[in-house]
Design a protein. Structure first.
Lengths: 273, 223
């Protein structure tokens, strides 16, 4: 018997890559949101590194999605079967397949958005068959790029290098250290003073929260602006922050970190990927 | 025919002593699994194994093991299906997640012996390695008769499960002593792979353990 539940502003059906992604901005906008998901709630324990379990035996997809795959049979005399393993990674759970995405999320190339018009431009109108139903996307790469960017930082896409610049330093002197998520040292302690300071691109090889530790010397007070830039591929550019703004793209400006006599040190922590 | 995809079939079965000699003469670094240390220890483990079968009968186990030993042979390149205990993997799996294949195995092993009788006048397990290899080749080429649905399909079923047993997590019963992983130089499951281990010129330090012995996955369901 149907039960009438309390009305909400938005009901999101399915919490995968699309629905799940929509939940965050909706809820943050102050809307009352309910998400409905067919799969169970999986945890990291549901992902042991076991290929036979996860892929060969469809352990992830057997919850639901594998049973919804169209079946086929070569002739009427045999039972129809589903293509075992073909949809192995696809699964139903809170978060959907995006919960085992291995921190990879590939962007479309600019060309992908304009596949029809670009093909015609390059190969002529005859390149597209008359009965072809393909169309260009209604927006181009440039329009969606800021959203790619936003999502990649929100979700934590892997494979990043990051460089740090310390500017607007008013603290008389101090040191900066960058720590890996496992608390080992990524960038060893390095002194900074009033002049701008720069830390060369670092490979972020772990997934998690990297910590930038700023320590003012003794009783020094003042402030410093820390800016992180991704994709800075130049070799050594120590002391030359202007170069990496062209090579890389500023990704995160940590709020001005200030010290007063009362706060002796500050740990600025931010997920860099 | 072996896991490297090369045709590498010795004319005669290689005794373990001869295997050791050849390995030494060729200067190949081969780690000898503990189970190969002595013949008596091996015989003992075989006896234990045959009494602990979960799905197949002892007769089926002998035929299947003989087949697996020719499919992934123990030779100068390293241990094979025997050392990895691929038989145990298949047996346990047939009693569980691969139960759907149980009857296909019974039929396939009967067909295998029937074809061996027809071609060489004896059961498969009692043939010479050369004769056994000839039968494997016939099956791979789909020239062997009497198999359902056909010899190639049966060969592929055995091969698929043998590869799984050789190289999958030891928790499933195969890859004993991690011989499969060592053979292909898989360093074992790791939660974090640091930047230095991602370099092409670096051989990462091996961390041989089952994924289920990593504390995070100790309570994980295995199927």
């Amino acid at each position: 018997m149907p039960v009438m539940l309390k009305p909400v502003d938005v009901a999101v059906i399915g919490t995968g890559a699309a629905g799940g992604t929509a939940l965050w901005p909706l809820a943050n906008a102050g809307l009352k949101v309910v998400a409905i998901e067919a799969g169970p709630r999986a945890t990291v324990r549901d992902y042991p590194f076991d290929e036979v379990r996860n892929d060969v035996r469809d352990t992830m997809a057997k919850w639901k999605s594998n049973w919804e795959v169209p079946t086929s049979r070569p002739n009427p005399n045999v039972a129809a079967t589903r293509p075992l393993g073909a949809v192995g990674p696809m699964m139903n759970a809170v978060g959907g397949t995006s919960i085992h995405w291995m921190t990879q999320s590939w962007r479309f190339l600019p060309w992908n958005f304009k596949m029809v018009s670009e093909s015609i431009k390059r190969y002529g109108a005859n390149a597209i068959p008359k009965d072809c139903t393909s169309i260009d996307w209604p927006f181009d790469y440039a329009e969606i790029e800021p959203y790619y960017d936003k999502h990649e930082y929100f979700a934590g896409v892997s494979g990043q290098r990051v460089a740090l610049s310390l500017t607007n330093v008013t603290v008389s002197s101090g040191s900066v250290t960058v720590l890996n998520p496992d608390a080992s040292v990524l960038a060893p302690q390095r002194a900074f003073a009033r002049a701008d300071s720069f830390i060369d691109p670092l490979d972020l090889s772990q997934t998690g929260v990297y910590t930038v530790v700023l320590n003012p010397k003794a009783k020094a007070v003042g402030s410093v602006t820390v800016t992180a830039a991704s994709g800075a591929t130049a070799g050594s550019s120590s002391g030359c922050p202007s170069a990496w703004y062209t090579a890389g793209k500023p990704v995160a400006m940590m709020s001005l970190i200030s010290w007063t006599a009362a706060t002796r040190s500050a740990r600025a922590s931010r997920a860099m990927r | 025919m072996d896991c490297s995809g090369e045709e590498r079939i010795p004319a005669q079965p290689v005794s373990r002593i001869e295997f050791l000699k050849r390995a030494g003469a060729a200067g190949v670094a081969v780690s000898i699994p503990a189970t190969m240390a002595t013949e008596s220890a091996l015989a003992e483990s075989e006896a234990v194994q045959l009494t602990q079968l979960a799905a197949v009968s002892p007769t089926e186990a002998r035929t299947l093991e003989a087949f697996l030993e020719r499919l992934i042979p123990t030779d100068a390149t390293g241990p094979g299906a025997k050392e990895a205990n691929v038989l145990r993997y298949i047996d346990r799996s047939l009693a569980g997640p691969l139960f759907a294949f149980r009857s296909a195995y019974t039929a396939a092993l009967v067909s295998l012996d029937a074809y061996a009788e027809k071609k060489f006048g004896a059961a498969f397990a009692s043939l010479s390695a050369e004769q056994q290899d000839a039968i494997l080749t016939d099956m791979d080429r789909n020239q062997a008769t009497g198999f359902a649905p056909n010899a190639k399909a049966v060969f592929e079923m055995f091969r698929t499960h043998a590869v799984q047993g050789m190289f999958s997590d030891p928790a499933h019963g195969g890859n004993a002593n991690f011989v499969g992983w060592k053979l292909v130089r898989f360093p074992g499951p790791r939660l974090v792979i640091p930047a230095k281990d991602q370099r092409l010129d670096v051989v990462p330090a091996a961390s041989m353990k089952s994924t289920y012995s990593i504390p995070l996955f100790k309570s994980s369901k295995r199927s």
